[in-house]
Design a binder for this molecule. Structure first.
Ligand code: F6P
Length: 326
């Protein structure tokens, strides 16, 4: 039987649509199970400075549909130092918080793992990132909404690409992962995706052009994953202008608009399931695990596994895109 009486919740790193739905589910599930909840503002930063407030069910009313995070978020340098983490630990003791639930991406879970080990402190993580790059879970909170946003933007850009017979390189986020670019390309009917996972294996630009991607079309859209490995959309466009001057090339960088907006139904449901599962995990004496979902089943993934492994892309999707875009 768990001894947790008060749980702290925070969001950290880049915001992702669905974080609020997760905060709501964690809060309500904790209260349902007789556990007090404290909201910690601005991620690990607020943990160090003590920006902490008790949350009742009303604090999380009317937020399931909102993008961003009501708890705010930050990327915190102090938490990377032993002194910063000690301050954070002291705050948790002062506030009588017995366990933490952290929502974020790779950096957030890395911080959680170090802290949990250092102070033998129970933490459960929720994968909240549009990048979908956490190992051990089929999908992360925010990814589906970002994918839908990308799809809507590409649909709009296609009007101009078609009207002017242009070749557009559209850069999408993902840090060093190509999930948004690859699935965004399939969903929007783009001609190709240039992603870091395969950049070192082959020259994706040359392959695309040699495959005669303009045989049946006058305009083309290529999604490029941001990353030093791919060179980003600007790098690829410059190269294209030099090597293939026959094309009328344009670049669009979608940027942070991919992180905003009301979460999709899928993200709301995922975040709610994961939020409830996080409290169940603590009640079940699970420690230092990330909640994941595989084949529609909730699973617990040890932090070390989620962080250390690179999540592979599904190679079948490369072929799906190639075949469906001729
Ligand atoms: O991890 C989410 C993400 O949006 C990445 O896709 C991107 O590389 C990064 O965050 C941008 O971070 P920031 O908002 O701090 O510039």
């Amino acid at each position: 039987m768990s001894t947790v009486k008060c749980v702290g919740i925070l969001t950290s790193g880049g915001d992702a649509p669905g974080m609020n739905a997760a905060i709501r589910a964690v809060t309500r599930s904790a209260i349902y199970n007789g556990i007090q909840v404290k909201g910690i503002y601005r991620g690990y930063k607020g943990l160090i400075t003590g920006e902490i407030q008790e949350f009742k069910t009303q604090n999380v009313s009317n937020i399931i549909q909102r993008g961003g995070t009501i708890l705010k978020t930050a990327r915190c340098m102090e938490f990377k130092t032993p002194e910063g983490r000690k301050q954070a630990y002291d705050k948790l003791l002062e506030e009588n918080v017995d366990a933490l639930i952290v929502i974020g991406g790779d950096g957030t879970l890395t911080g959680a793992r170090i802290f949990a080990k250092e102070f033998n402190y129970p933490i459960v993580g929720l994968p909240g990132t549009i990048d979908n790059d956490l190992y051990g879970t089929d999908i992360t909170i925010g990814y589906d909404t970002a994918l839908n946003t990308i799809m809507e933007c590409v649909d709009k850009i296609r009007d101009t690409a078609t009207s002017h017979d242009r070749l557009f390189f559209i850069e999408v986020m993902g840090r060093d992962a190509g999930f948004l670019a690859l699935n965004g390309a399939i969903a929007s009917g783009a001609e190709a995706a240039i992603i870091p996972e395969t950049s070192l294996e082959k020259d994706q630009l040359a392959e695309m052009i040699e495959n005669g991607f303009r045989k049946s079309k006058n305009s083309s859209i290529v999604l490029v994953a941001e990353s030093e490995i791919t060179g980003g959309a600007i790098g690829i466009a410059e190269r294209t202008k030099k090597e293939y001057p026959q094309f009328d090339v344009r670049v669009t960088i979608l940027g942070h608009l991919q992180r905003g907006g009301s979460p999709s139904a899928q993200d709301r449901i995922l975040a709610t399931r994961m939020g409830v599962a996080a409290i169940d995990a603590l009640l079940d004496d699970q420690r230092n695990v990330m909640i994941g979902i595989q084949n529609d089943q909730i699973i617990y993934v040890p932090f070390a596994k989620a962080i250390k492994n690179d999540k592979p892309i599904n190679r079948e999707l490369l072929n799906t895109l190639r075949v469906s875009s001729i």
